[in-house]
Design a protein around this ligand. Structure first.
Ligand code: ADP
Ligand code: MG
Length: 312
């Protein structure tokens, strides 16, 4: 669906993206991740030609992106930004309807689609359709921003840290919505984040950038079971030097369980070894002095992000 072949982007003498090659499959949820300044946004914006590339090739549906008219790209590729980018003078309904109207859909179809999408993300159309963005909370505005990108039914959606400005609870609920939406509508999504927890939760595959270069591309499981180098290990939170163990992730309040469906690990198992178990299992049972405790993969990432000082 989207193919990068040896793509490089330079700003003067500064190389923002270097020799990037990857292939996003149709219907895939593809996550671009990396530290700040590693080239994620630049990569994303080269897909819909908001930024021109310096060297290499980018194909969209087997045709170089340079062969498309810019407006065609905007129609076929929805785009969601970190900052809420709804038009403040338009109602939520008008914001969502914008691209369908440019595409000259019938009014009745637009209304139906708008209402459908609003319901899907928990915004009652009868209440919110005629409100202005400023009358909605940040989380509601961001939901509206996401469905605006979906409204014209583009086959591809690009999302640049769409949830990073939201509080953790709103963020998790939007992530859940997006997973459900993706299952239902089967879009190709390219999603930028710097949060490994978010990447592991959402991505079919993850592409990890470091200073403009791709360090590893693979499924969450491949990242856990087979991190390619020290940068990848550090980024996903192995922290080998400190010999962190799974026991540290189990708190007094962790649920006590005795369920033979989950694999059992000792509390002094190094996190590196535990990740190999997590690669196959969402949940493990940690055997501790105080009984057998349940530990989820997501909880481990949550704690690791906190330890690293990322926002939760
Ligand atoms: P990310 O989204 O991963 O934080 P970006 O793709 O925004 O990273 O930026 C990658 C690198 O390119 C950074 O070092 C950034 O400073 C540089 N950069 C981005 N845009 C420009 C620009 N317009 N001019 C010069 N340098 C830029
Ligand atoms: Mg960015």
């Amino acid at each position: 669906m989207i193919e990068f072949k040896n793509v490089t982007k330079r700003y003067g003498s500064k190389t923002a993206v270097e020799d990037a090659s990857f292939n996003v499959k149709e219907g895939e949820f593809f996550v671009l991740i990396g530290p700040s300044g590693s080239g994620k946004t630049t990569t994303l914006k080269m897909i819909n030609r908001l930024i021109p590339l310096t060297e290499g090739y980018i194909y969209f549906k087997d045709k170089p992106v340079s062969d498309y008219e810019v407006y065609e790209m905007r129609w076929d590729i929805g785009y969601v930004l970190q900052q809420i980018a709804l038009f403040p003078h338009m109602t939520i309904g008008e914001n969502i309807a914008q691209v369908p109207q440019m595409k000259k859909w019938k009014e009745a179809d637009i209304s139906k689609k708008t209402a459908e999408l609003m319901v899907m993300v928990g915004l009652d159309p009868d209440i919110y359709k005629d409100r202005k963005p400023a009358e909605l909370s940040g989380g509601q505005q961001q939901r509206a921003g996401v469905i605006r990108a979906l409204a014209a039914d583009p086959p591809v959606i690009l999302m640049d840290e769409p949830f990073s400005a939201l509080d953790p609870i709103t963020r998790e609920s939007l992530q859940d919505d997006l997973i459900a939406l993706q299952k239902e509508i089967k879009k190709t999504i390219v999603f930028v984040t710097h949060d490994i927890k978010e990447a592991m939760k959402l991505g079919d595959r993850i592409c990890l950038f470091n200073e403009g270069r791709i360090e590893q591309i693979g499924s969450p499981n491949e990242f856990l079971s087979n991190p390619k180098n020290d940068f990848v290990k550090e980024f996903i939170g192995y922290r080998q030097k400190e010999n962190i163990t799974v026991g540290e992730f189990v708190s007094e309040n962790s649920q006590e369980v005795n369920n033979e469906d989950y694999p059992l690990v000792e509390e002094d198992t190094k996190i590196e070894d535990a990740f190999k178990v997590f690669a196959e299992h969402e949940t493990v049972i940690v055997k501790t002095k105080n009984g057998n405790k349940c530990l989820n993969r997501q909880d481990v990432f949550k704690h690791l992000s906190l330890k690293r000082g990322d926002s939760a």
